[in-house]
Design a protein around this ligand. Structure first.
Ligand SMILES: Cc1ncc(COP(=O)(O)O)c(C=O)c1O
Length: 378
């Protein structure tokens, strides 16, 4: 039996979330756009309740919430939608700025736009996984339309200083998009207070269902729809709404916020225990800074071993990865941005602890890594 320590790839859907979704599949199945009869109105009311609650839970009571199929779609809508709206308005700003360590769900839409007349600046990061402040300031010139920076990195768990970034963007007249797929439900996140203009999230990263997410948009920010059709979601995302999944997203976020503090404390202690034990093996280095980092994340580079062989051994006991689930087979661009070689990146281990992770499982993980490393170094 493998111990699952890959909660950045996905989390199990909480049974309470499954229960909250249950009535909306077969009993209350009406289309929320069918407002001529009661079941349709009930479905619409459930969606609106979820919309309000999701905004509230993310400290964005005034924000427009657009439900999507996940964070990938939310990122696409934010980035391409802002670019297209700016183009239509005839604005002068065209340049897009982001970081080399972003998820491909941000990098790929940015590169797409680069091929369509929007110059792109991708900033490097320092050894701690964060951009250099002076470089960031210098990059936000008068031609910049949007900065996209993630709240928490999906590989190394490093947390971005969102408030200062948002403040800088505001001073420079730059829109700030934040991919919060790994952060929502895991760290305190108050969109309005932080000054974020657009925020993406995903259900399956916070104990909710796969296939649902949302983009939160500050009022006044112009976004052009990327999916056209029946005019749902205030014209920003056409398609019949997935009522059970939307209710599930609300329930997941509610549950994740409710136990966030205790969960973070407990998992942070287990993570630190794991790190201390792995560090004691010798030639084990952290990828990125230990703090500020998601409490349930650890990413280490193991020296003196072949990465492929190490992971082959680990697979017998642990579900962990050497990088993002979305770039399997390719060396991690995040670890490369930290200056790790291909060989070092493949000998890296990402641990993502979760709500169900026990102390016994961490003991088991420590034993599994220690044994695999010893065998490989022999
Ligand atoms: C930071 C980040 N952004 C976006 C995504 C994509 O999310 P989704 O699976 O909801 O499309 C992920 C998932 O791996 C992620 O970690």
């Amino acid at each position: 039996m493998q111990t699952y320590l890959d909660h950045h790839a996905t989390t199990p859907c909480d049974p309470a979330v499954v229960a909250a979704m249950a009535p909306w599949w077969s009993d209350q199945f009406a289309n929320p756009a069918s407002r001529q009869y009661r079941p349709g109105l009930a479905a619409a009311a459930a969606v609106e309740r979820a919309r309000g609650r999701v905004a509230e839970l993310l400290g964005a009571g005034g924000a427009q919430v657009v439900f999507t199929s996940g964070a990938t779609e939310a990122n696409n809508l934010a980035i391409k939608g802002v670019a297209e709206a700016a183009l239509a308005a005839g604005g002068k700003r065209r340049r897009l700025v982001s970081l080399a360590t972003e998820h491909r769900a941000v990098l790929d839409p940015l590169r797409y736009l680069e091929r369509h007349g929007f110059p792109l600046t991708l900033l490097p990061v320092q050894a701690d996984g964060l951009p250099d402040q002076a470089q960031l300031e210098a990059a936000l010139g008068p031609d910049v339309l949007l900065l996209s920076a993630m709240a928490a990195n999906n590989e190394i768990g490093v947390l971005a200083p969102l408030a200062p970034i948002a403040q800088l963007c505001r001073h420079r007249g730059v829109l700030f998009h934040c991919d919060a797929a790994q952060a929502a439900g895991h760290i305190p996140l108050a969109m309005e207070q932080l000054g974020i203009d657009l925020l993406s999230l995903s259900g399956h990263k916070c104990y909710g269902p796969k296939g649902v997410g949302a983009l939160l948009i500050r009022p006044g920010v112009k976004v052009a729809p990327q999916q056209h059709g029946g005019g749902q979601e205030q014209g920003l995302r056409a398609g019949t709404l997935a009522v059970p999944l939307i209710v599930g997203l609300e329930a997941a976020l509610e549950g994740a916020m409710a136990d966030r503090e205790l969960r973070s404390e407990r998992l942070g202690r287990l993570r630190d225990q794991l790190w201390q034990a792995l560090e004691a093996l010798g030639q084990v280095r952290l990828n990125g800074a230990l703090a500020p980092r998601l409490p349930h994340n650890l990413n280490v580079c193991v020296g003196g071993v072949d990465g492929t062989a190490l992971h082959r051994r680990l697979r017998q006991h642990l579900a962990v990865s050497s990088g993002s689930a979305c770039s399997q087979g390719n060396p991690s661009h995040v670890l490369a941005a930290l200056g790790r070689s291909r060989q070092e990146a493949s000998a890296s281990i990402r641990f993502g602890l979760g709500r169900g992770t026990s102390a016994a499982e961490i003991e088991l993980a420590i034993e599994a890594v220690a044994e695999a490393v010893a065998q490989e170094r022999n």
